[in-house]
Design a binder for this molecule. Structure first.
Ligand code: NAP
Length: 248
C-alpha cells in the first residue's frame, strides 16, 4: 500500500522538516499551510529535487470547510491519506492571563485544538477499519508547555497543548482496535519562527541555559521522532506522549 501523509503547517519549521523527511521515507506528501505560499512552494520544490512526490494546499485548519477540502484534494491526487501529522499551531504575544481577551483565546484554541480535532476526524474517516479503511497513524504535535504551563508567556498556548495530549490519549483508545495509532510528540524549545509570534524571535537562546542539554533543538530532531512514530517501527505504540526536549 502506498504511504500518503498530510502534514499541516508544512510550509515552515517543524512541519517543513517533517514533510521532507517523510518524502525521503517514501511517503507521498501533502502539506497544508495558511498564508505563506512561497515557503510552501519551496518545500515542494525541495521534495521534487530529491525525487519525491508532494503537493501543497492552502487550508486554515481552524476552518471546517478548508479541512474537508484539504483531505478531498489529497483523495483525488494521491488517494486516501494513511498518515496525518497534526502540526499546524500558533502562539501569540507573550503576556499574563489577566491581559488576555476572548478573541485571542478563541484564535489560539481554534487553530491548535479545533484544527487538530477536525483533521483527526477526517483522517479517522479514511483510515479506520470501521469506515472501510486499511488503518493508519496520526502524530499530534503537542509541546512540553502542556506540562510546564508557560507562565508569563502564553498559558493559553500551553493549555491548548494539554488539550492535544488528551486528544491523543482518548483518540488512541477510541480507534486502537480499528487499525489507527495515535501518538504525540512534545517538542521543547526549537529554533523556528514561532517564537517571533510571541514577540521574542531569540527566545530559544534566552532559555537554553535552563535546558539540561544546554541547547535548543533543531526542527529535524523533532521530524525524526514524528516520522518514526508514523512508521511500522512504532507498531505497538499508541496513546504515547513522546518528549523531545533536551531533558526539559
Ligand atoms: P512555525 O515555524 O511558526 O510554523 C507554523 C506552521 O503552521 C506554518 O507552516 C504555518 O503556515 C502553519 N499554520 C499556522 N496556523 C495555521 C492554520 N490555522 N492552518 C494551517 N496552517 C497553519 O511553527 P513551528 O515552531 O514549526 O511549530 C510547529 C508545531 O510545533 C506547532 O504546533 C507548535 O506549537 C509546536 N511546537 C513548537 C515548538 C518550538 O519551539 N518551535 C515547541 C513545542 C511545540 P504559514 O507558513 O502559511 O504561516
Amino acid at each position: 500500500m502506498r504511504k500518503i501523509v498530510i502534514v499541516t503547517g508544512g510550509s515552515r519549521g517543524i512541519g517543513a522538516a517533517t514533510a521532507k523527511l517523510a518524502a525521503k521515507a517514501g511517503y507521498r506528501v501533502c502539506i497544508a499551510y495558511r498564508h505563506r505560499e512561497t515557503a510552501a512552494a519551496e518545500v515542494i520544490a525541495a521534495i521534487d529535487r530529491d525525487g519525491g512526490e508532494a503537493m501543497a494546499v492552502p487550508a486554515d485548519v481552524g476552518r471546517e470547510a478548508d479541512v474537508v477540502r484539504l483531505f478531498e484534494a489529497v483523495d483525488r491526487r494521491f488517494g486516501e491519506a494513511t498518515a496525518l501529522v497534526n502540526n499546524a499551531g500558533i502562539l501569540e504575544r507573550q503576556m499574563r492571563v489577566e491581559e488576555m481577551d476572548a478573541d485571542r483565546l478563541t484564535r489560539v484554541f481554534n487553530a491548535n485544538v479545533v484544527g487538530s480535532f477536525l483533521c483527526a476526524r477526517e483522517a479517522v474517516r479514511r483510515m479506520s477499519t470501521r469506515h472501510g479503511g486499511h488503518g493508519g497513524a496520526i502524530v499530534n504535535v503537542s509541546s512540553v508547555a502542556a506540562r510546564l504551563g508557560s507562565p508569563n508567556e502564553y498559558i493559553d498556548y500551553a493549555a491548548s497543548k494539554a488539550a492535544i495530549d488528551t486528544l491523543t490519549v482518548g483518540l488512541a483508545k477510541e480507534v486502537a482496535a480499528e487499525g489507527v495509532r495515535v501518538n504525540a510528540v512534545r517538542p521543547g524549545s526549537i529554533y523556528t519562527e514561532i517564537h517571533a509570534s510571541g514577540g521574542e524571535p531569540g527566545r530559544v537562546d534566552r532559555v537554553k541555559a535552563r535546558i539540561p542539554m544546554q541547547r535548543g533543538g533543531e526542527a529535524e530532531e523533532i521530524a525524526r521522532a514524528i516520522v518514526w512514530l508514523l512508521s511500522d517501527e512504532a507498531s505497538y505504540m499508541t496513546g504515547s506522549l513522546v518528549d523531545v526536549a533536551g531533558g526539559l
